[in-house]
Design a protein around this ligand. Structure first.
Ligand code: DPP
Ligand code: ZN
Length: 876
């Protein structure tokens, strides 16, 4: 197995100037001609051969400056092309011909054809499955692409850049030629051909240029592309206003395809999307779907500057584009929607996905130093923790400082392939801040734990806050250093107002942001006239865990009065989480579960508080999930005890607040016509959170059943169906709703994914049999990544009691699926496998069974490199 190391980076011996590609598309035989103008890099060894990457290729022609190359001058195999004795002056044109089979390409990497559509996915290393090339991000070239195909089945021929020529050929074929004037790396190459329908719009950029916007979707789906188009226009405008970034081509295209490994891909001028992140209408998409579509359309568009105009020197720098682009996406969502609600959702996501990654066998730094398979590094650490790191830079430098640094980055590195160091240097030079210590966030893995201790001296009117930090060991990084952590802290006075210190000493700080740089530091706040309740990590200013043994009285003050809504939610959530963990311990010990009245009171009061927006109240009411509770417990986890405990606690809270929840649950009847805006979505979220609780209190499926029948949009319909399926599994009402849903959306694969997921996440051991039989449903298709994620992925990652059946049968089922799926689609399978990464946290019996299943997978010697890398690291 090859390991790639950051320290081995060196530039190529040759520079590619232009690439001319000719695709003659055939379903099982496509020929690719590649004409590459190259020259030797100044200073490179004149005797060095040219070594191109390939992956499963067959070479069918090779010429140098127009003359066929003699066999003694080159070697080729499926994965490499080596050419020796290159012209002395170092300048030459290479012509390479390969033949590929797009229909047989089940990996969905490179050029593939499904549902009659040819499309490509080249990031990270898919281009080498099309032709031999320097398939690495630091080789930027200008591409011209000619596509030839049957006109009837492929009326549409798309590639990056601008359309420069179209022509009808003999025997029913036609050609289109595209030219992209912006030099780009091969991972941003894209081609689409087929028969699709389209919606079109226009955007006038800030300098007055007209841009044509097109979104291509399957026939019959054009009516569902409007929200994506609207999101795109808002994103283009926002990037001009917020960051001064303007679009640079005359046309911007998005194509939605139904078979896609990732969410979406930012190919220059021709984004390719998983159709679930484009298609939406009220009958088929939930509010969450709308929010995801808006965010991802914006994300891929923002890549045009952070990723495409400025790209990565090598794949170790992946977070340079992904972390920064996620941060830009998050800021966009915050501006378009409710900032605190969006922030709370980010925190929930980080804790649910990135913290466990960072605390488990797959932990790695935001900028790794080695990898076996780069596809396995498109992780929440590179993306979301990477985003948090950029957010912390903005917190430390302030919004103006951040903007200045980013402006310098755009100006200095436009057209370049650069590193994280280049990025940080721009902020240092633009603002005079020293980020040497801060940079450790990129290199050190693990989630820091912050300990907080406070002492208040009434006589001196002084508060002493002692902050400690400790990062647990991670694979390959035993010893950790203290990080530079910006912690936003609020002092809340007895009347609920913020208290201002007359002076703060003990370390650097920027307004209310304390800069923690050592293992332990004591900050002293002067002029504090009364003992405050201390709110730590307001706005989640740093991606850390906080351990603070605070009085209950202080926590209730924060839960009821904190003006920073992120910290307020966090405190409400922490109170609930604590109660749930305690309840799980009680269940495990065979003791009764009690719920203290204080918690129920806080939740009911929050639900009723009309000064808070509905979306926020809904977040507070969505009590921590079974997975959240398991993660908090962390070791010796018993999913069945957690399930019982959670059910009991929810029931008790629901009964206490029954009247409130019933009132809020029925409030939605008065809503007028559906609108996907954030405020309307928030009202639906509150009503549906209340519905789940009201149903728990009443302990009958009647209310949810009525809600299901009355629903006139997918958000409400799915919410009601989930209450029925999960809280009243096996009831006639649940089965009726589930079969109605299956029937009603028989022709809508994306909607049926919601049905598969709902069924896959029904708690309890019997779900395994249901999942196994659903694999035989005519709507299930194991070659489609969305279907696989909806059924198998949801079962393995979001059904703790079902997947962790005490007899280990679900682990075996999963292992069998993984082994079959790996041969078909390695990227997807390796990602699916990470569902088991926290198996060491289970109680001993399940842990042993889980390990056995993973070991059985690892025992096969023909695993893909992707899966091998994941299971080996999990078992280390
Ligand atoms: N398409 C993926 C993303 O945008 C990888 N670049 O994050
Ligand atoms: Zn991205």
């Amino acid at each position: 197995n090859r390991t790639v190391y950051l320290k081995d980076y060196r530039p190529t011996d040759f520079i590619i100037e232009t690439v001319d590609l000719v695709f003659d598309l055939g379903e099982t035989m496509t020929t690719v001609g590649s004409q590459i103008r190259m020259r030797r890099r100044p200073g490179a060894d004149p005797s060095a051969p040219l070594i191109f990457d390939g992956d499963g290729l067959a070479l069918s022609g090779l010429a140098l400056d127009g003359k066929p190359l003699l066999p003694e001058r080159y070697d080729s195999n499926a994965n490499r092309l080596t050419i020796r004795d290159l012209p002395e002056d170092g300048a030459f044109t290479l012509t390479i011909k390969t033949r590929i089979n797009p229909t047989a390409n089940s990996q969905l990497l490179g050029l593939y054809r499904t549902n009659g559509i040819y499309s490509t996915q080249c990031e990270a290393e898919g281009f080498r499955r099309i032709t031999y090339f320097y398939d690495r991000p630091d080789v930027l070239a200008v591409y011209t692409v000619t596509i030839i195909a049957d006109e009837k089945t492929c009326p549409l021929l798309l590639s990056n850049g601008n359309l420069v020529e179209e022509q009808r050929l003999d025997d029913g074929r036609h050609m289109a030629r595209w030219h992209d004037p912006f030099p780009k790396p091969s991972y941003l190459f894209a081609l689409v051909a087929g028969d699709l329908s389209m919606i079109e719009d226009r955007f006038k950029t800030m300098s007055g240029r007209d841009v044509t916007l097109r979104i291509y979707v399957e026939h019959g789906k054009a009516g569902r592309a409007g929200y994506a188009m609207d999101s795109l226009k808002r994103a283009m405008k926002w990037d001009e206003e917020r960051f001064g970034r303007e679009y640079d081509l005359d046309i911007f295209m998005i194509v939605a395809v139904s078979d896609f490994n990732m969410g979406a891909m930012e190919n220059k001028g021709l984004n390719i999307f998983n159709d679930r992140l484009i298609l939406a209408d009220p009958e088929t998409a939930t509010d969450d779907d709308y929010a995801r579509i808006e965010a991802v359309v914006a994300h891929e568009y923002f890549h045009n500057w952070t990723g495409n105009r400025i790209t990565c020197r090598d794949w170790f720098q992946l977070s340079l584009k992904e972390g920064l682009t996620v941060y830009r996406e998050h800021e966009f969502s915050a501006d378009e929607r409710s900032r605190p609600v969006v922030r709370v959702e980010e925190v929930k996501f980080l804790r649910a996905h990135q913290f466990p990654e960072d605390g488990g066998p797959l932990a790695h730094p935001v900028r790794p130093t080695e990898y076996v398979e780069i596809d396995n590094f498109y992780t929440t650490t590179v993306y979301e923790k990477g985003s948090e790191v950029s957010r912390m830079i903005a917190t430390l430098l302030g919004p103006e400082g951040f903007r200045k640094g980013l402006d310098l980055f755009f100006e200095r590195h436009d057209g370049g392939a650069v590193t994280i160091e280049d990025y940080l240097t721009c902020f240092e030079e633009a603002t005079g801040h020293d980020l040497t210590h801060f940079a450790l966030w990129y290199h050190q893995a693990g989630t820091p734990v912050i300990s907080v201790d406070s002492a208040y001296d009434e006589e001196k009117a002084e508060l002493r806050l002692t902050l400690g930090q400790k990062t647990p060991a991670t694979p390959g990084q035993r010893i950790k250093k203290p990080l530079h952590i910006p912690l936003r802290v609020g002092l809340i006075g007895p009347n609920g107002d913020d208290m201002e210190a007359s002076a703060i000493s003990g370390g650097a700080h920027r307004k209310d942001v304390l800069e923690l740089t050592q293992d332990e530091q004591t900050f002293v706040f002067e002029g504090i006239g009364a003992r405050p309740a201390i709110s730590v990590n307001r706005d989640f200013s740093a991606p850390v865990r906080v351990r603070f043994d605070q009085s209950r009285e202080d926590r209730l003050r924060i839960a009821g009065a904190e003006t920073d809504l992120v910290a307020r939610w966090d405190t409400v959530n922490a109170l609930a989480l604590e109660a749930l963990v305690r309840a799980a311990e009680n269940v495990k010990a065979g003791q009764p579960v009690t719920v203290d009245a204080g918690l129920s009171a806080v939740l009911v009061a929050t639900a009723e508080d009309e000064t808070l927006e509905p979306a926020f109240r809904a977040l507070a009411l969505a009590l921590p999930s079974e997975l959240d509770i398991g993660r908090e417990i962390g070791a010796n986890v018993d999913p069945d005890a957690i399930h019982t405990a959670r059910k009991t606690v929810i029931r008790a809270i629901a009964e206490t607040g029954c009247e409130t929840f019933v009132r809020l649950a029925t409030g939605m009847d008065t809503l007028s016509a559906f609108s996907p805006d954030a405020a309307s979505a928030g009202r639906r979220a509150l009503a549906n959170a209340a519905l789940a609780l009201a149903a728990a209190a009443e302990n009958t499926p009647a209310r949810a059943s009525r809600a299901y029948q009355a629903a006139d949009n997918m958000t409400d319909m799915l919410a009601a169906m989930r209450v029925l399926a999960h809280q009243f599994a096996g009831s006639d009402e649940a089965e009726d709703a589930l079969s109605d849903f299956r029937r009603r959306f028989a022709g809508e694969p994306l909607v049926l994914d919601k049905w598969f997921s709902t069924l896959a996440t029904v708690p309890g051991g019997q779900t395994l049999e249901r999942v196994a039989s659903l694999m035989g449903d005519t709507a299930f298709d194991e070659t489609n990544p969305n279907r696989v994620r909806a059924l198998i992925g949801a079962f393995a990652s979001s059904n703790p009691t079902g997947f962790n059946r005490p007899d280990g049968a679900a682990y075996d089922f999963f292992a069998d699926f993984i082994l079959t799926s790996d041969r078909r689609n390695a990227t997807l399978t390796a990602r699916l496998m990470t569902a088991m990464r926290s198996f060491e946290a289970l109680e001993p019996q399940r842990r042993a069974l889980a390990r056995k299943a993973i070991e059985r997978i690892a025992g096969h010697d023909d695993l893909s490199r992707n899966l091998r890398d994941i299971v080996d690291r999990m078992l280390k």
